[in-house]
Ligand binder design. Structure first.
Ligand SMILES: Nc1nc2c(ncn2[C@@H]2O[C@H](COP(=O)(O)OP(=O)(O)OP(=O)(O)O)[C@@H](O)[C@H]2O)c(=O)[nH]1
Ligand SMILES: [Mg+2]
Length: 466
């Protein structure tokens, strides 16, 4: 990221031709940079404006006119970044954009890094990390529910709840450290009982914040849904059918898919993060072996496994070792789709006696990608399993971002360790180590004590100009 003394400039709209483009500037020198290139149509209005006004004029570079533009003037500290911000609305050709940005660079601005405007807003206390990440989530939301959740986080209620818990930890730490300084309190049973009580309450608050986070993650990221099965059973065909496009290569040659494919789609109102995988079987092809290893890895991260079985194998009671292993390992997460029922002789159609399969806990749906049989039932099944991913519960703010959830889990674990140490009558200075760890972890969520590299990691995932 740039030095915060520098004034940054970037295109905030997508690269390409459009009706208008928006170029953004922020920093101490933003006013001077704009003044060097902008001739307002009504100079007296431009000069006298206290800000949050829009001005028509010509943009030029050393006397060469570049475009007719509208400039909005937003002086700090009330602006988005907290610095002086100017936004140039220009015509939507990329040549005009490039020339305007060049003029700004010549006048002393530097190119912004992705997310740098939001980083500056964070550094100036305009929003915390939960809110900053919510801005990014709002931009990237794939469903109305995900957008609602991001908006709820942006309003700050969630940050408030996290901060309250953080403050409780901070207060306990302060009291313990005071206790260490006054050793007579160290042995005071009342003081220890009080601390233990507070520790339990705080742990409960942290756990409450986590309870909603599973739902939050489903709303934000969708249900992680892995399509698995033996080669040629129809996995890629199913992916394509759900996406309604020929995304994956489908052939009748077993072992077609090697690398996993990731896509997002809504089925029965449920947002799925779909993964198509390499078919599971014994293989001596080194490329295929790598693909199969990856399949087992993504299976471990799945919320739901769509295990495609060939209906004819099921009918004969012939499941492969790999199919048995998936059922044994992920039974209750598995929806077994008995595919290619269209190939079964008509007289065998309706009789399914599947006690062995049912004992694994898997839901069973007779299916055919070819005819579309079972698709509606699959939608109903997913909705039942994941009402959250269907977006029914988005109005309440909750943690949804995996970075924030992991930090909260680490904080909770540290609190648990502190509680155990307390119950084992450990000395206060030992307990304070765990409580300090809990404090550091929870502080990462809102960024109350964020390290620079954490900030760089977070904000580099943002769009340029945001
Ligand atoms: N009759 C019938 N054929 C199907 C059905 N689903 C898929 N197929 C066919 O089965 C063959 C294999 O399909 P794929 O989708 O490539 O199978 P896959 O599981 O992705 O295979 P790998 O990538 O090799 O693991 C293709 O010829 C499909 O057209 C179905 O429901 N009925
Ligand atoms: Mg495939």
């Amino acid at each position: 990221m740039n030095d915060d003394e520098q004034t940054i400039v970037a295109l905030a709209t997508p690269v390409g031709e459009s009706a208008i483009h928006l170029i953004r500037l922020s920093g101490k020198e933003a006013g001077r940079v704009v003044a060097a290139c902008f001739c307002p149509l009504r100079p007296e209005r431009w000069e006298q404006s206290g800000g949050f006004t829009l001005h028509l004029g010509r943009f030029h570079d050393g006397g060469t006119e570049l475009d007719q533009v509208l400039v909005s003037k937003m002086p700090g500290p009330a602006s988005f970044t907290g610095e002086d911000v100017y936004e140039i609305n220009c015509h939507g050709g990329m040549l005009a954009v490039r020339r305007i940005i060049q003029a700004c660079l010549r006048a002393g601005a530097v190119p912004a890094e992705p997310g740098e405007f939001t980083l500056r807003a964070f550094l100036h206390g305009k929003l915390d990390l939960v809110q900053a990440e919510a801005v990014n989530d709002l931009i990237r939301a794939r469903t109305p529910a995900a957008a609602d959740l991001a908006l709820a986080q942006l309003r700050g209620g969630l940050s408030g709840a996290v901060r309250e818990t953080r403050q409780e930890i901070l207060d306990m730490l302060a009291d313990i450290e005071a206790g260490i300084d006054f050793p007579e309190e160290e042995t005071d049973p009342l003081a220890r009982a009080d601390l233990l009580y507070r520790l339990a309450a705080t742990k409960g608050h942290a756990a409450d914040l986590l309870t909603g986070s599973h739902t939050g993650r489903l709303i934000r990221d969708g249900l992680s849904t892995v399509i698995a099965g033996k080669p040629n059973v129809g996995k890629s065909s199913l992916l394509n059918a759900l996406l309604r496009e020929e995304r994956a290569i489908v052939t009748d040659i077993p072992g077609t898919t090697r690398d996993e494919l990731h896509e997002y789609v809504t089925v029965g109102g449920v947002l799925l993060h779909l993964v198509d995988t390499a078919g599971l079987r014994e293989s001596d092809d080194p490329v295929e072996i790598l693909g199969i290893e990856r399949t087992w890895k993504v299976l471990n991260l799945a919320d739901v496994v769509l295990l495609l079985l060939d209906a004819r194998d099921v009918r004969r009671g012939e499941l492969s070792a790999e199919e048995d292993a998936v059922l044994a390992e992920y039974g209750t997460k598995v929806v077994a789709l008995l595919n290619k029922t269209d190939l079964l002789p008509a007289d065998e159609e309706e009789e399914w006696d599947l006690p062995a399969l049912a004992r694994t806990g898997a839901r069973i749906i007779p299916f055919s990608v070819k005819t579309g049989r079972g698709l509606d039932e699959l939608g109903r099944e997913l909705r039942e399993q994941a009402p959250a991913a269907a977006g029914a519960l988005a109005e309440e703010p909750r943690l949804a971002n995996i970075r924030q959830i992991n930090a909260l889990e680490r904080s909770l674990r540290a609190l648990e360790k502190a509680e155990e140490a307390m119950l084992a009558s450990a000395p206060l200075d030992l307990i304070s180590i765990d409580i300090r760890a809990a404090l550091e972890e929870i502080s990462q969520i809102t960024g109350d004590a964020a390290e620079e590299d954490l900030l760089t990691r977070i904000f580099s995932r943002f769009c340029l100009g945001k």
